[in-house]
Design a protein around this ligand. Structure first.
Ligand SMILES: *Cc1c(COP(=O)(O)O)cnc(C)c1O
Length: 234
């Protein structure tokens, strides 16, 4: 049972790494410049353990309660935990208690809370600004408006305990990802003028990692292509 799950995950991982390498080569980039974050939401801590055993260094979670429990269960593993989900203000300090990278920072009210969490933990937290690629007004829209990124970045830089590392985005549902990632690449170009050291671009998932890599993604967040279909929970 454990052996077959390990083999299953190893196969998904190998296939995903192959896709990343092929996409990087096609874009004239080095495969090692594109980092894989395996999204483990809805999957058990035992899968995280298998991933670590297979050489995965970065995992992503999007729900605080689940992430906190899993990070605690896997505290003995040398993993970087990425928080990629919507952030409630009242959970932000707690998220900074285990997340090494918070990818979903989209408003300034989160910053003092993340800073407090980082301070209590005694660790600098890496921050990505989540940029919305959705049309304004769309329901369930997550991320900052592109026009607000500049001010938000300035505020992150001025906040103790946080280190601005770059941008994150999710392609809009039900649209071709390519034009959205083209827009993202332009937003990033402007952003890098003022923050040339914040070079991370987290974009691309199981369905669109090739397009994201073509447009500059340095980190892809991949769940189902590695771990299989997510168990259905509400
Ligand atoms: C779930 C999730 C992913 C991974 O999605 P897959 O399609 O399973 O690869 C990536 N990014 C975010 C923000 C997610 O919530």
């Amino acid at each position: 049972m454990t052996t077959s799950r390990t083999e299953e995950i190893a196969a998904g991982l190998a296939e995903t790494r192959e896709r990343i390498a092929t996409a990087a080569t096609a874009a004239g980039r080095l495969a090692e410049d594109v980092h894989l974050v395996v999204v483990t939401k809805f999957f058990p801590a035992s899968d995280v353990r298998i991933l670590a055993g297979l050489g995965v260094t970065d995992v992503g979670e999007n729900r605080h309660q689940e992430a906190a429990a899993k990070a605690a269960e896997c505290a003995d593993l040398d993993l970087r935990w990425h928080y990629i989900g919507g952030l409630q203000s009242n959970k932000a300090a707690a998220v900074a208690g285990y997340a090494d990278v918070v990818e979903s920072v989209d408003r300034s009210s989160l910053l003092p809370r993340l800073s407090r969490g980082a301070g209590e933990r005694g660790q600098i937290i890496d921050v990505l600004l989540q940029v919305s690629l959705d049309p304004p007004g769309r329901a369930g829209r997550a991320g900052a408006n592109p026009g607000d990124v500049r001010d938000l970045a300035t505020e992150v830089v001025a906040t103790d305990g946080l280190r601005l590392r770059g941008l994150m985005a999710v392609a809009p549902l039900g649209e071709e990802p390519e034009p959205a990632f083209v827009r993202l690449a332009r937003i990033r170009e402007d952003f890098l003028v003022e923050h040339p050291e914040a070079t991370v671009l987290s974009a691309g998932m199981s369905g669109d990692l090739e397009q994201a890599i073509a447009h500059g993604a340095t980190h892809v967040r991949v769940g189902s292509a590695v771990l299989g279909e997510r168990p259905t929970v509400k």
